[in-house]
Design a protein around this ligand. Structure first.
Ligand SMILES: NC(=O)c1ccc[n+]([C@@H]2O[C@H](COP(=O)([O-])OP(=O)(O)OC[C@H]3O[C@@H](n4cnc5c(N)ncnc54)[C@H](OP(=O)(O)O)[C@@H]3O)[C@@H](O)[C@H]2O)c1
Length: 351
């Protein structure tokens, strides 16, 4: 029986980081991607097997997936790449893990829950920084206040972002904000609300963003009202507000082309030094209808480092036979304390 995993998008910034960390930890993933010129040298450097296939080559994809128990999908934006990989996982009965944070992708995988259960496969998106720490914190808060009807989550510590993250953000730049209201995903204006949040180093201003938890935390906690905030500079907040009027323009092909060209001129992602120095913070608050409230927070390694650590921790569980079939979220599959398995993560209950 297959007992290994395939790392697709291994030549990307995050895929490469995960490939290196995996080998340091004694794992031997099969590296994969669509570009032989970058996959082959990486596999040679790490002394790993590799496969080269595009996501529309279902025959080669099935052959590769038939050799493994699970896929860790790191090629994004996932709005374009998730479906063909999830289709192949369901055909070949390999578990599907990805590092998306895109609400629409999470929802489309949630809609395949029955199909996945019938195939005996786990569909588990969001095994990275977006959303493992916040998802675990949300589930922890639900455990503290089971009657909660409102959840607010906030993140701080997004330093330099990778080209892939920037591209995903640019593709969604004209879509405004997103919250969950009475159980339904609901569009709101960009930078809809701003509030002061104390991540543990004094209050800072944080603004609503369409982070993946508006989709995933609902499945993890059942809480019907969810808002997600990020601590961002005032200049970015102003820009987000401006996008309410000019969002349509930002979504046009020439502007998208221009922005993506600018992204390619930036470094691929944070340097090793930036990753080692960086930290991430997550804050969460739940309230119920009688006014009871609980607040908890987490601190941990820099976001991309944390993505590699959480993704590989989850891969470890899956390869050990610890998985639940159907659509899952990180906290639904592995509980609120999954995040405490990651070195350097601290959780505290504040109120
Ligand atoms: N949730 C989180 O916390 C988290 C953390 C990190 C990254 N991410 C997400 O993960 C994705 C990758 O990020 P990154 O930093 O690694 O970006 P990156 O360095 O730009 O790498 C992108 C990767 O995706 C592949 N790819 C893109 N479109 C593809 C397609 N249509 N078919 C096959 N492969 C495709 C690229 O392959 P080629 O080289 O062949 O183009 C490359 O391997 C982004 O969507 C990002 O938002 C999420």
């Amino acid at each position: 029986m297959a007992s290994n995993f395939l790392l697709y998008g291994a030549n990307g910034y995050t895929g490469k980081l995960i490939a290196h960390l995996a080998t340091e930890r004694g794992l031997r993933p099969i590296l994969a991607g669509r570009d032989r010129n970058t996959i082959e040298p990486l596999a040679r450097e790490l002394n790993l097997e590799y496969r080269v296939f595009a996501l529309d080559d279902s025959a080669t994809m099935d052959t590769a997936l038939n050799e493994v128990a699970a896929v860790l999908h790191c090629a994004g934006p996932f709005s374009r790449t998730s479906k063909p990989m999830a289709d192949a996982c369901l055909r070949t009965k390999a578990h599907y893990l990805d590092i998306t944070g895109e609400a629409a992708v999470i929802e489309s995988l949630a809609a395949r829950d029955t199909e996945a259960k019938e195939a005996g496969v786990m569909l588990l998106p969001c095994v990275g920084f977006d959303v493992v720490p916040s998802d675990c914190l949300a589930a922890h808060l639900k455990r503290r206040l089971p009657s909660a009807s409102r959840l607010a989550l906030a993140i701080q510590g997004m330093g330099r972002i990778s080209r892939g993250t920037a591209t995903t953000m640019v593709e969604n730049i004209n879509r405004g904000g997103l919250i969950r209201r009475n159980g339904k995903l609901t569009g709101v204006p960009a930078a809809w609300k701003t509030r002061e949040i104390d991540f543990g180093r004094g209050p800072v201003k944080a603004t609503t963003i369409p982070w993946g938890d508006v989709a995933s935390a609902f499945y993890s906690t059942g809480i019907p009202n969810i808002e997600v905030y990020a601590a961002i500079p005032a200049s970015l907040r102003r820009l987000m507000k401006l996008s309410r009027a000019f969002g349509w323009l930002l979504g046009t092909k020439p502007v998208q082309r221009f922005l993506k060209k600018r992204i390619q001129q930036q470094p691929p992602g944070p340097s090793e030094k930036e990753r080692a120095k960086g930290k991430s913070f997550v804050w969460g608050e739940v309230e119920d209808d009688s006014g009871r409230r609980a607040v908890s927070r987490l601190s941990g390694p820099e976001g991309y480092q944390l993505t590699a650590l959480t993704a590989l921790a989850i891969v470890g569980h899956v390869l050990a036979g610890n998985f639940s079939t159907g659509f899952q979220t990180p906290a639904k599959a592995y509980g609120p304390d999954l995040i405490l398995e990651i070195e350097g993560v601290i959780r505290e209950d504040v109120e």
